[in-house]
Design a protein around this ligand. Structure first.
Ligand code: TXA
Ligand code: MG
Length: 343
């Protein structure tokens, strides 16, 4: 790794040159942790077959070891190295990998218990970001990687987010692969009972697309969980997760009347650009995630916007929730709902 400098506790951002990829692959083989780009969010990667290396992930993130990690592979054909496959998994892998889909399957004995939190299952995915796959190939190992944020904070969608969030940990380097193109984490499907697939986390791949390929309904978590939370933002029913430090209040809609009630030290995250005010002055408290409510654009910009608003010193944030069960709406609602949950 690069020689230590005065700012040694701050990870370095490395350009994706062949020399840097070789260097990072060697670091991974030595059991070090590395920040990696993916199409969803940045990951904090380590050799998935080394319990010691994976322990460094939990330590750097401050993550409880009861929360298992996703194992990333360079290609779908490598799945049998870590998991027991079934026909449903093969169908989804060939339809959606590389891409923002994670499958939970029975694990192979080679996968250390720390990766799966002692469970008999393992979560696997082939990421779409070509640099991530190149690094997996160069390291010759499957790579375990959670999102590269301190436990409980908003997930990172740029290399700078990773550097800023994990300064002072054992992380030395982040491979800079630009901004994440999807912006929310992968969709997680439990396929341990292939005839009864279950959604464990809505994410970057729409569930209806998965159902179309499986020809089966996917069981979803009860929406009551989300609804209860919007109605009563205080209870500790849902773990605080993806949370900015600034209090966040959710709204089904922020219309002109609601925006007129915004205090001078409050900001609002909107799904679409509001109609221009008659005097043409833009209100610095209003942040639109998209011009026209496009869900992919909203997902791509969501975490960056939450981080920027959190850093700006507002007393309170307000955000609008997208409606509907289609596309990325459930994933965006899920992340905003968790971000608003207070510990
Ligand atoms: O898009 C993503 O999935 C990103 C990128 C880096 O790949 N990764 C990610 O990892 O979001 P993480 O650790 O932040 O979230 C993984 C989720 C956790 O909530 C964990 O509980 C769940 O996956 N998980 C992992 N293994 C599991 C298993 N065997 N059974 C059930 N859930 C599992
Ligand atoms: Mg995470």
């Amino acid at each position: 790794m690069p020689a230590s400098r005065p700012s040694a506790s701050r990870p370095r951002l490395l350009r994706p040159t062949p020399a840097n990829l070789t260097r990072l692959a060697a670091a991974l083989r030595r059991g070090e942790i590395v920040g990696v780009p993916s199409e969803t969010v940045y990951g904090l990667a380590a050799d998935a077959l080394s319990a010691d290396a994976c322990a460094r992930i939990f330590e750097a993130k401050g993550r409880p070891t009861t929360d298992p990690l996703i194992v990333h592979l360079a290609a779908a054909r490598d799945i049998a190295r870590v998991a027991l496959v079934n026909d449903a998994a093969l169908a989804l892998a060939s339809a959606f990998w590389p891409g923002p889909l994670t499958l939970v399957l029975p694990k192979r004995a080679e996968v250390p218990d720390i990766v799966t939190a002692g469970k008999p299952t393992v979560a696997v995915r082939v990421p779409a970001h070509p640099l991530f796959r190149r690094l997996i190939r160069a390291s010759g190992r499957p790579l375990a990687a959670p999102s590269a944020n301190p436990f409980g904070y908003v997930s990172p969608t740029t290399a700078a987010h990773v550097r800023d969030g994990l300064a002072g940990t054992s992380l030395r380097a982040v491979l800079d692969g630009g901004e994440c193109s999807v912006g929310v984490e992968s969709t997680i499907i439990d396929l341990t009972r292939p005839r009864s697939p279950r959604l464990l986390r809505p994410g970057g791949l729409a569930v209806e697309e998965i159902e179309r390929v499986l020809g089966l309904p996917v069981a979803r978590p009860r929406p009551a969980r989300l609804a209860a939370h919007v109605a009563a933002p205080a209870p500790g029913m849902l773990a605080r997760h993806y949370s900015p430090r600034t209090p966040l209040v959710l709204h089904p809609r922020l219309d002109a009347a609601a925006l007129a009630r915004l205090a001078p030290d409050e900001a609002a995250l909107l799904l679409r650009r509001p109609a221009a005010s008659h005097d043409g002055v833009t209100d610095p408290r209003l942040h639109a995630l998209s011009a026209d409510g496009d869900l992919r654009e909203i997902a791509r910009r969501l975490f960056s916007a939450l981080r920027a608003l959190d850093a700006a010193g507002w007393r309170r944030l307000h955000a609008e929730l997208p409606a509907g069960a289609e596309g990325l709406a459930p994933a965006i609602r899920d992340r905003l709902t968790r971000a608003a949950a207070r510990s």
